[in-house]
Design a protein around this ligand. Structure first.
Ligand code: CAO
Length: 425
Protein backbone atom coordinates (compact mmCIF):
# COMPACT_ATOMS: atom_id res chain seq x y z
CA UNK A 1 0.00 0.00 0.00
CA UNK A 2 1.54 3.30 -1.06
CA UNK A 3 -1.37 5.57 -0.16
CA UNK A 4 -3.47 5.60 3.00
CA UNK A 5 -6.84 5.50 1.22
CA UNK A 6 -5.82 3.30 -1.70
CA UNK A 7 -8.75 1.16 -2.84
CA UNK A 8 -11.40 3.56 -1.49
CA UNK A 9 -13.74 4.73 -4.24
CA UNK A 10 -15.48 8.05 -3.79
CA UNK A 11 -18.56 9.05 -5.75
CA UNK A 12 -17.99 12.78 -5.75
CA UNK A 13 -21.15 14.81 -6.28
CA UNK A 14 -19.58 17.97 -4.88
CA UNK A 15 -19.40 21.40 -6.44
CA UNK A 16 -18.16 24.94 -5.76
CA UNK A 17 -15.79 24.95 -2.74
CA UNK A 18 -16.90 23.21 0.45
CA UNK A 19 -17.40 19.68 -0.87
CA UNK A 20 -14.54 19.76 -3.40
CA UNK A 21 -12.11 20.71 -0.60
CA UNK A 22 -13.10 17.51 1.19
CA UNK A 23 -12.85 15.17 -1.79
CA UNK A 24 -9.56 16.73 -2.92
CA UNK A 25 -8.06 15.83 0.46
CA UNK A 26 -9.37 12.26 0.16
CA UNK A 27 -7.86 12.06 -3.33
CA UNK A 28 -4.53 13.31 -1.97
CA UNK A 29 -4.62 10.50 0.56
CA UNK A 30 -5.03 8.03 -2.29
CA UNK A 31 -8.78 7.55 -2.77
CA UNK A 32 -10.10 7.17 -6.31
CA UNK A 33 -12.35 10.22 -6.56
CA UNK A 34 -14.88 10.07 -9.39
CA UNK A 35 -16.40 13.50 -9.85
CA UNK A 36 -19.87 13.41 -11.40
CA UNK A 37 -20.71 16.52 -13.40
CA UNK A 38 -23.60 17.64 -15.51
CA UNK A 39 -22.93 17.11 -19.24
CA UNK A 40 -21.95 20.31 -21.03
CA UNK A 41 -22.01 22.34 -17.80
CA UNK A 42 -19.91 20.73 -15.10
CA UNK A 43 -19.05 22.26 -11.77
CA UNK A 44 -20.12 25.89 -12.06
CA UNK A 45 -16.71 27.06 -10.86
CA UNK A 46 -15.06 25.82 -14.08
CA UNK A 47 -16.40 28.98 -15.67
CA UNK A 48 -16.31 31.36 -12.70
CA UNK A 49 -13.63 34.03 -12.12
CA UNK A 50 -11.92 32.97 -15.34
CA UNK A 51 -8.55 34.61 -15.91
CA UNK A 52 -8.00 32.93 -19.30
CA UNK A 53 -10.98 32.66 -21.69
CA UNK A 54 -12.38 29.14 -22.20
CA UNK A 55 -9.88 27.60 -19.77
CA UNK A 56 -10.96 25.97 -16.50
CA UNK A 57 -10.66 28.65 -13.84
CA UNK A 58 -8.08 28.56 -11.05
CA UNK A 59 -11.08 28.37 -8.73
CA UNK A 60 -11.86 24.96 -10.20
CA UNK A 61 -8.36 23.64 -10.84
CA UNK A 62 -7.15 24.47 -7.32
CA UNK A 63 -10.00 22.53 -5.68
CA UNK A 64 -10.20 19.46 -7.91
CA UNK A 65 -6.73 17.99 -8.17
CA UNK A 66 -6.23 14.20 -8.41
CA UNK A 67 -9.86 13.52 -9.38
CA UNK A 68 -11.43 11.86 -12.41
CA UNK A 69 -14.41 13.49 -14.13
CA UNK A 70 -17.44 11.68 -15.53
CA UNK A 71 -20.32 13.58 -17.08
CA UNK A 72 -23.72 12.14 -16.27
CA UNK A 73 -27.22 13.57 -16.47
CA UNK A 74 -28.74 12.13 -13.34
CA UNK A 75 -32.21 13.23 -14.39
CA UNK A 76 -32.02 11.07 -17.52
CA UNK A 77 -33.40 7.50 -16.96
CA UNK A 78 -30.26 5.90 -18.39
CA UNK A 79 -28.18 8.31 -16.32
CA UNK A 80 -30.01 7.11 -13.21
CA UNK A 81 -29.13 3.51 -14.11
CA UNK A 82 -25.46 4.47 -14.38
CA UNK A 83 -25.67 6.31 -11.07
CA UNK A 84 -27.15 3.21 -9.42
CA UNK A 85 -24.19 1.21 -10.66
CA UNK A 86 -21.79 3.84 -9.34
CA UNK A 87 -23.48 3.71 -5.94
CA UNK A 88 -23.08 -0.07 -5.83
CA UNK A 89 -19.43 0.22 -6.82
CA UNK A 90 -18.26 3.06 -4.55
CA UNK A 91 -17.52 3.23 -0.82
CA UNK A 92 -18.47 6.85 -0.16
CA UNK A 93 -20.85 9.33 -1.77
CA UNK A 94 -20.01 12.95 -0.99
CA UNK A 95 -22.39 15.76 -1.89
CA UNK A 96 -23.03 19.39 -1.10
CA UNK A 97 -26.15 19.95 -3.17
CA UNK A 98 -28.82 22.32 -2.02
CA UNK A 99 -31.25 20.85 0.54
CA UNK A 100 -33.45 18.07 -0.87
CA UNK A 101 -31.64 17.75 -4.23
CA UNK A 102 -30.50 14.15 -3.75
CA UNK A 103 -34.03 13.14 -2.71
CA UNK A 104 -35.51 14.88 -5.76
CA UNK A 105 -32.98 13.07 -7.93
CA UNK A 106 -34.54 9.84 -6.66
CA UNK A 107 -31.68 8.85 -4.36
CA UNK A 108 -32.67 9.44 -0.73
CA UNK A 109 -30.45 7.88 1.97
CA UNK A 110 -32.83 4.95 2.48
CA UNK A 111 -32.58 3.98 -1.18
CA UNK A 112 -28.80 4.37 -1.31
CA UNK A 113 -28.55 2.19 1.78
CA UNK A 114 -30.61 -0.50 0.10
CA UNK A 115 -28.49 -0.33 -3.04
CA UNK A 116 -25.24 -0.51 -1.06
CA UNK A 117 -25.44 -1.10 2.71
CA UNK A 118 -21.70 -0.41 3.06
CA UNK A 119 -21.96 3.04 1.53
CA UNK A 120 -21.09 6.12 3.55
CA UNK A 121 -23.16 9.12 2.45
CA UNK A 122 -21.50 12.38 3.43
CA UNK A 123 -23.26 15.72 3.04
CA UNK A 124 -22.58 19.38 3.62
CA UNK A 125 -25.53 21.70 4.04
CA UNK A 126 -25.67 25.29 5.18
CA UNK A 127 -27.64 24.55 8.35
CA UNK A 128 -28.49 21.51 10.41
CA UNK A 129 -32.08 20.44 11.17
CA UNK A 130 -34.17 23.37 12.37
CA UNK A 131 -35.67 26.59 11.08
CA UNK A 132 -33.08 27.20 8.38
CA UNK A 133 -32.51 23.66 7.11
CA UNK A 134 -33.97 24.40 3.66
CA UNK A 135 -31.77 27.43 3.00
CA UNK A 136 -29.03 27.51 0.39
CA UNK A 137 -25.78 28.80 1.79
CA UNK A 138 -22.47 30.22 0.59
CA UNK A 139 -19.26 30.95 2.49
CA UNK A 140 -20.09 34.35 3.90
CA UNK A 141 -23.57 33.32 4.99
CA UNK A 142 -21.91 30.65 7.13
CA UNK A 143 -19.37 33.10 8.51
CA UNK A 144 -22.20 35.42 9.51
CA UNK A 145 -24.45 32.76 11.04
CA UNK A 146 -21.67 30.79 12.74
CA UNK A 147 -20.49 33.67 14.94
CA UNK A 148 -17.37 34.66 12.99
CA UNK A 149 -18.57 37.95 11.51
CA UNK A 150 -20.04 39.38 14.71
CA UNK A 151 -16.73 38.81 16.47
CA UNK A 152 -14.42 39.92 13.66
CA UNK A 153 -13.48 43.52 12.93
CA UNK A 154 -13.17 46.61 15.08
CA UNK A 155 -15.58 47.61 17.81
CA UNK A 156 -16.68 50.77 16.06
CA UNK A 157 -16.88 49.23 12.57
CA UNK A 158 -19.05 46.80 10.61
CA UNK A 159 -18.94 43.06 11.28
CA UNK A 160 -16.29 41.57 8.98
CA UNK A 161 -15.92 38.36 7.02
CA UNK A 162 -12.44 36.85 6.92
CA UNK A 163 -10.32 35.93 3.92
CA UNK A 164 -9.83 32.41 5.28
CA UNK A 165 -12.67 30.30 3.86
CA UNK A 166 -13.72 28.85 7.17
CA UNK A 167 -17.28 28.18 6.01
CA UNK A 168 -16.41 26.27 2.85
CA UNK A 169 -12.92 24.84 3.22
CA UNK A 170 -13.35 24.63 7.01
CA UNK A 171 -16.51 22.53 6.68
CA UNK A 172 -14.89 20.43 3.93
CA UNK A 173 -12.14 19.57 6.40
CA UNK A 174 -14.68 18.63 9.06
CA UNK A 175 -16.50 16.39 6.58
CA UNK A 176 -13.28 14.66 5.53
CA UNK A 177 -12.63 13.72 9.14
CA UNK A 178 -16.20 12.41 9.45
CA UNK A 179 -15.73 10.27 6.35
CA UNK A 180 -12.48 8.63 7.40
CA UNK A 181 -13.96 8.04 10.85
CA UNK A 182 -16.99 6.33 9.29
CA UNK A 183 -14.69 4.28 7.06
CA UNK A 184 -12.83 3.18 10.17
CA UNK A 185 -16.06 2.22 11.95
CA UNK A 186 -17.10 0.27 8.85
CA UNK A 187 -14.05 -1.95 9.23
CA UNK A 188 -15.71 -3.21 12.44
CA UNK A 189 -19.43 -3.05 11.65
CA UNK A 190 -19.28 -3.73 7.93
CA UNK A 191 -21.96 -1.08 7.48
CA UNK A 192 -22.12 2.41 6.07
CA UNK A 193 -23.70 5.42 7.71
CA UNK A 194 -24.58 9.04 7.11
CA UNK A 195 -22.09 11.81 7.84
CA UNK A 196 -23.45 15.34 7.88
CA UNK A 197 -21.77 18.67 8.49
CA UNK A 198 -23.58 21.98 8.57
CA UNK A 199 -21.50 25.01 7.58
CA UNK A 200 -22.95 27.02 10.47
CA UNK A 201 -21.78 24.31 12.88
CA UNK A 202 -18.35 24.12 11.27
CA UNK A 203 -17.82 27.88 11.63
CA UNK A 204 -19.10 27.84 15.21
CA UNK A 205 -16.66 25.05 16.02
CA UNK A 206 -13.86 27.32 14.79
CA UNK A 207 -15.30 30.20 16.86
CA UNK A 208 -15.27 28.12 20.05
CA UNK A 209 -13.16 30.71 21.92
CA UNK A 210 -15.78 33.37 21.28
CA UNK A 211 -18.52 31.24 22.87
CA UNK A 212 -16.06 30.82 25.76
CA UNK A 213 -15.85 34.62 26.04
CA UNK A 214 -19.64 34.96 25.81
CA UNK A 215 -19.92 32.96 29.03
CA UNK A 216 -16.97 34.65 30.71
CA UNK A 217 -18.78 37.96 30.18
CA UNK A 218 -21.33 36.95 32.81
CA UNK A 219 -18.58 37.08 35.41
CA UNK A 220 -17.03 40.41 34.51
CA UNK A 221 -15.29 42.32 31.73
CA UNK A 222 -12.96 40.58 29.29
CA UNK A 223 -9.76 42.07 30.59
CA UNK A 224 -7.54 41.05 27.68
CA UNK A 225 -9.74 42.99 25.21
CA UNK A 226 -8.42 46.49 24.39
CA UNK A 227 -11.70 48.04 25.35
CA UNK A 228 -11.12 47.04 28.98
CA UNK A 229 -7.95 49.16 29.14
CA UNK A 230 -9.79 51.97 27.35
CA UNK A 231 -12.53 51.96 29.97
CA UNK A 232 -15.27 51.16 27.44
CA UNK A 233 -18.03 49.12 29.11
CA UNK A 234 -18.99 45.72 27.70
CA UNK A 235 -22.51 44.97 26.43
CA UNK A 236 -24.28 41.65 26.71
CA UNK A 237 -22.52 39.89 23.83
CA UNK A 238 -18.91 39.34 22.81
CA UNK A 239 -17.68 42.49 21.06
CA UNK A 240 -15.41 42.72 18.03
CA UNK A 241 -11.88 42.81 19.33
CA UNK A 242 -9.85 44.11 16.38
CA UNK A 243 -6.49 42.40 16.43
CA UNK A 244 -6.48 41.58 20.13
CA UNK A 245 -5.28 38.06 20.76
CA UNK A 246 -8.03 35.50 21.29
CA UNK A 247 -5.92 33.56 23.77
CA UNK A 248 -4.50 34.08 27.23
CA UNK A 249 -1.38 35.85 25.96
CA UNK A 250 -2.11 39.45 24.92
CA UNK A 251 -1.10 40.20 21.33
CA UNK A 252 -1.57 42.94 18.72
CA UNK A 253 -0.55 43.88 15.21
CA UNK A 254 2.12 46.57 15.28
CA UNK A 255 3.71 48.70 12.57
CA UNK A 256 7.16 47.91 11.22
CA UNK A 257 9.64 49.91 9.15
CA UNK A 258 8.07 50.87 5.82
CA UNK A 259 4.44 50.73 6.99
CA UNK A 260 3.75 54.15 5.44
CA UNK A 261 3.97 52.68 1.93
CA UNK A 262 3.79 48.89 2.35
CA UNK A 263 0.32 47.66 3.39
CA UNK A 264 1.86 44.53 4.88
CA UNK A 265 4.78 46.03 6.85
CA UNK A 266 3.29 44.82 10.13
CA UNK A 267 4.03 42.16 12.72
CA UNK A 268 1.86 40.26 15.16
CA UNK A 269 3.53 40.61 18.52
CA UNK A 270 2.62 38.39 21.49
CA UNK A 271 3.57 39.36 25.02
CA UNK A 272 3.88 35.84 26.35
CA UNK A 273 4.36 36.04 30.12
CA UNK A 274 7.46 33.80 30.43
CA UNK A 275 9.43 36.06 28.04
CA UNK A 276 8.30 39.39 29.50
CA UNK A 277 11.78 40.21 30.75
CA UNK A 278 13.29 39.62 27.31
CA UNK A 279 10.63 41.89 25.79
CA UNK A 280 11.48 44.67 28.26
CA UNK A 281 15.19 44.40 27.36
CA UNK A 282 14.55 44.49 23.64
CA UNK A 283 12.17 47.46 23.63
CA UNK A 284 14.40 49.40 26.03
CA UNK A 285 12.20 49.36 29.14
CA UNK A 286 14.27 47.28 31.61
CA UNK A 287 12.49 48.99 34.50
CA UNK A 288 9.21 47.28 33.49
CA UNK A 289 10.67 43.93 34.56
CA UNK A 290 10.35 44.85 38.23
CA UNK A 291 8.04 47.88 38.27
CA UNK A 292 4.88 46.66 40.09
CA UNK A 293 2.70 48.39 37.47
CA UNK A 294 4.12 46.21 34.68
CA UNK A 295 5.83 43.17 36.19
CA UNK A 296 2.93 40.67 36.19
CA UNK A 297 0.29 39.74 33.60
CA UNK A 298 -2.76 40.95 35.61
CA UNK A 299 -1.33 44.43 36.25
CA UNK A 300 -0.43 44.76 32.58
CA UNK A 301 -4.00 44.14 31.37
CA UNK A 302 -5.31 47.70 31.89
CA UNK A 303 -2.12 49.07 30.28
CA UNK A 304 -2.04 47.04 27.08
CA UNK A 305 -2.50 50.06 24.81
CA UNK A 306 0.46 51.80 26.42
CA UNK A 307 2.59 48.65 26.35
CA UNK A 308 1.86 47.83 22.71
CA UNK A 309 2.42 51.50 21.85
CA UNK A 310 5.93 51.22 23.29
CA UNK A 311 6.53 47.91 21.52
CA UNK A 312 5.47 49.53 18.27
CA UNK A 313 7.97 52.35 18.73
CA UNK A 314 10.61 49.61 18.66
CA UNK A 315 9.15 47.55 15.79
CA UNK A 316 8.88 50.68 13.63
CA UNK A 317 12.68 50.84 13.64
CA UNK A 318 12.93 47.34 12.11
CA UNK A 319 11.52 45.57 9.07
CA UNK A 320 9.09 42.79 9.94
CA UNK A 321 11.72 40.18 9.09
CA UNK A 322 14.45 41.91 11.15
CA UNK A 323 12.06 42.13 14.09
CA UNK A 324 11.10 38.47 13.72
CA UNK A 325 14.74 37.41 13.77
CA UNK A 326 15.58 39.47 16.87
CA UNK A 327 12.45 38.35 18.72
CA UNK A 328 12.84 34.67 17.91
CA UNK A 329 16.41 34.69 19.20
CA UNK A 330 14.81 35.40 22.59
CA UNK A 331 11.87 32.96 22.05
CA UNK A 332 9.34 35.76 21.74
CA UNK A 333 6.45 34.55 19.55
CA UNK A 334 5.64 36.87 16.64
CA UNK A 335 4.41 36.70 13.06
CA UNK A 336 5.22 38.95 10.13
CA UNK A 337 2.14 39.81 8.08
CA UNK A 338 3.01 37.97 4.85
CA UNK A 339 1.39 39.12 1.63
CA UNK A 340 0.12 36.50 -0.83
CA UNK A 341 2.98 37.59 -3.12
CA UNK A 342 5.52 36.85 -0.40
CA UNK A 343 3.89 33.49 0.31
CA UNK A 344 3.77 32.58 -3.40
CA UNK A 345 7.52 33.20 -3.59
CA UNK A 346 8.40 31.31 -0.40
CA UNK A 347 10.92 28.61 -1.27
CA UNK A 348 10.52 26.74 2.02
CA UNK A 349 6.78 26.23 1.36
CA UNK A 350 7.67 24.91 -2.09
CA UNK A 351 10.26 22.56 -0.59
CA UNK A 352 7.66 20.91 1.66
CA UNK A 353 5.02 20.60 -1.07
CA UNK A 354 2.68 23.04 0.65
CA UNK A 355 3.03 25.17 -2.48
CA UNK A 356 3.16 23.24 -5.74
CA UNK A 357 3.48 24.09 -9.40
CA UNK A 358 1.02 22.14 -11.53
CA UNK A 359 0.89 21.76 -15.31
CA UNK A 360 -2.49 21.83 -17.04
CA UNK A 361 -3.12 21.00 -20.71
CA UNK A 362 -5.13 24.12 -21.55
CA UNK A 363 -3.89 26.49 -18.85
CA UNK A 364 -0.17 25.74 -18.65
CA UNK A 365 1.68 26.03 -15.34
CA UNK A 366 0.07 27.48 -12.24
CA UNK A 367 0.73 27.59 -8.53
CA UNK A 368 -1.50 25.79 -6.04
CA UNK A 369 -1.67 24.91 -2.39
CA UNK A 370 -0.68 21.29 -1.95
CA UNK A 371 -1.68 18.98 0.87
CA UNK A 372 -1.09 20.73 4.20
CA UNK A 373 -1.39 17.38 6.00
CA UNK A 374 1.78 15.34 5.64
CA UNK A 375 1.70 11.56 6.15
CA UNK A 376 5.15 9.99 6.23
CA UNK A 377 3.92 6.69 4.77
CA UNK A 378 1.44 8.22 2.32
CA UNK A 379 3.11 11.08 0.47
CA UNK A 380 0.95 13.33 -1.70
CA UNK A 381 1.65 13.88 -5.38
CA UNK A 382 -0.54 16.70 -6.67
CA UNK A 383 -1.98 15.94 -10.13
CA UNK A 384 -3.91 18.37 -12.31
CA UNK A 385 -7.70 18.62 -12.20
CA UNK A 386 -9.66 16.71 -14.86
CA UNK A 387 -11.20 18.30 -17.91
CA UNK A 388 -14.97 18.07 -18.02
CA UNK A 389 -15.92 14.46 -18.73
CA UNK A 390 -12.31 13.50 -19.42
CA UNK A 391 -12.71 10.08 -17.81
CA UNK A 392 -16.31 9.24 -18.72
CA UNK A 393 -15.49 6.38 -21.08
CA UNK A 394 -12.72 5.06 -18.84
CA UNK A 395 -15.00 4.94 -15.78
CA UNK A 396 -17.92 3.40 -17.65
CA UNK A 397 -15.80 0.63 -19.08
CA UNK A 398 -13.09 -0.07 -16.51
CA UNK A 399 -14.85 0.77 -13.22
CA UNK A 400 -18.46 -0.05 -14.09
CA UNK A 401 -17.56 -2.75 -16.66
CA UNK A 402 -20.16 -1.80 -19.27
CA UNK A 403 -19.93 -3.77 -22.53
CA UNK A 404 -19.44 -2.08 -25.91
CA UNK A 405 -23.12 -2.41 -26.78
CA UNK A 406 -24.21 -1.04 -23.40
CA UNK A 407 -21.83 1.88 -23.87
CA UNK A 408 -23.40 2.71 -27.23
CA UNK A 409 -26.84 2.57 -25.63
CA UNK A 410 -25.78 4.96 -22.86
CA UNK A 411 -24.23 7.37 -25.37
CA UNK A 412 -27.35 7.28 -27.54
CA UNK A 413 -29.56 8.09 -24.54
CA UNK A 414 -27.87 11.49 -24.12
CA UNK A 415 -27.01 10.65 -20.49
CA UNK A 416 -23.30 11.39 -20.71
CA UNK A 417 -22.94 14.20 -23.27
CA UNK A 418 -19.57 14.70 -24.94
CA UNK A 419 -16.17 15.45 -23.30
CA UNK A 420 -15.10 19.10 -23.55
CA UNK A 421 -11.64 20.60 -23.40
CA UNK A 422 -12.78 24.14 -22.71
CA UNK A 423 -14.68 25.55 -19.78
CA UNK A 424 -17.83 27.54 -20.33
CA UNK A 425 -17.20 31.21 -21.10
N1 CAO B 1 -27.35 15.90 -13.64
C1 CAO B 1 -28.55 16.49 -13.61
N2 CAO B 1 -28.88 17.43 -12.70
C2 CAO B 1 -27.94 17.78 -11.80
C3 CAO B 1 -26.66 17.20 -11.77
C4 CAO B 1 -26.38 16.22 -12.75
N3 CAO B 1 -25.19 15.61 -12.81
N4 CAO B 1 -25.95 17.77 -10.78
C5 CAO B 1 -26.76 18.67 -10.19
N5 CAO B 1 -27.96 18.69 -10.81
C6 CAO B 1 -29.12 19.50 -10.49
C7 CAO B 1 -29.74 19.09 -9.18
O1 CAO B 1 -30.48 17.90 -9.31
C8 CAO B 1 -30.57 20.33 -8.84
O2 CAO B 1 -31.80 20.23 -9.50
P1 CAO B 1 -33.21 20.47 -8.72
O3 CAO B 1 -33.07 21.76 -7.96
O4 CAO B 1 -34.18 20.49 -9.84
O5 CAO B 1 -33.41 19.33 -7.79
C9 CAO B 1 -29.81 21.48 -9.51
O6 CAO B 1 -28.77 20.85 -10.27
C10 CAO B 1 -29.25 22.52 -8.57
O7 CAO B 1 -28.52 21.96 -7.49
P2 CAO B 1 -28.08 22.88 -6.24
O8 CAO B 1 -29.30 23.35 -5.50
O9 CAO B 1 -27.10 22.13 -5.43
O10 CAO B 1 -27.30 24.09 -6.96
P3 CAO B 1 -27.48 25.68 -6.87
O11 CAO B 1 -26.49 26.23 -7.83
O12 CAO B 1 -28.89 26.11 -7.06
O13 CAO B 1 -27.03 26.05 -5.37
C11 CAO B 1 -25.50 26.04 -3.50
C12 CAO B 1 -25.68 26.08 -5.02
C13 CAO B 1 -24.03 25.94 -3.20
C14 CAO B 1 -26.08 27.34 -2.90
C15 CAO B 1 -26.26 24.82 -2.94
O14 CAO B 1 -25.78 23.68 -3.59
C16 CAO B 1 -26.09 24.63 -1.44
O15 CAO B 1 -26.70 25.34 -0.64
N6 CAO B 1 -25.27 23.64 -1.04
C17 CAO B 1 -25.10 23.27 0.34
C18 CAO B 1 -24.23 24.25 1.07
C19 CAO B 1 -22.89 24.40 0.43
O16 CAO B 1 -22.13 23.48 0.24
N7 CAO B 1 -22.56 25.65 0.14
C20 CAO B 1 -21.19 25.99 -0.20
C21 CAO B 1 -20.97 26.15 -1.60
S1 CAO B 1 -19.37 26.84 -1.81
O17 CAO B 1 -19.52 28.43 -1.30
Amino acid sequence: MTKALEGVKILDFTHVQSGPTCTQLLAWFGADVIKVERPGVGDITRGQLQDIPKVDSLYFTMLNHNKRSITLDTKNPKGKEVLERLIKECDVLVENFGPGVLDRMGFPWERIKTLNPRMIVASIKGFGPGPYEDCKVYENVAQCTGGAASTTGFRDGLPLVTGAQIGDSGTGLHLALGIVTALYQRTVTGEGQRVTCAMQDGVLNLCRVKLRDQQRLQHGPLKEYSQFGEGVPFGDSVPRAGNDSGGGQPGRIVKCKGWETDPNAYLYFITQAPVWEAICDIIGEPDWKTNPDYATPPVRLPRLNEIFGRIEQWTMTKTKFEAMQILNERDIPCGPILSMKEIAEDESLKATGTLVEVDHPTRGKYLSVGNPIKLSASPTVVERSPLLGEHTQEILSSVLKYSESELSEIAASGAIGAPRMAAAE
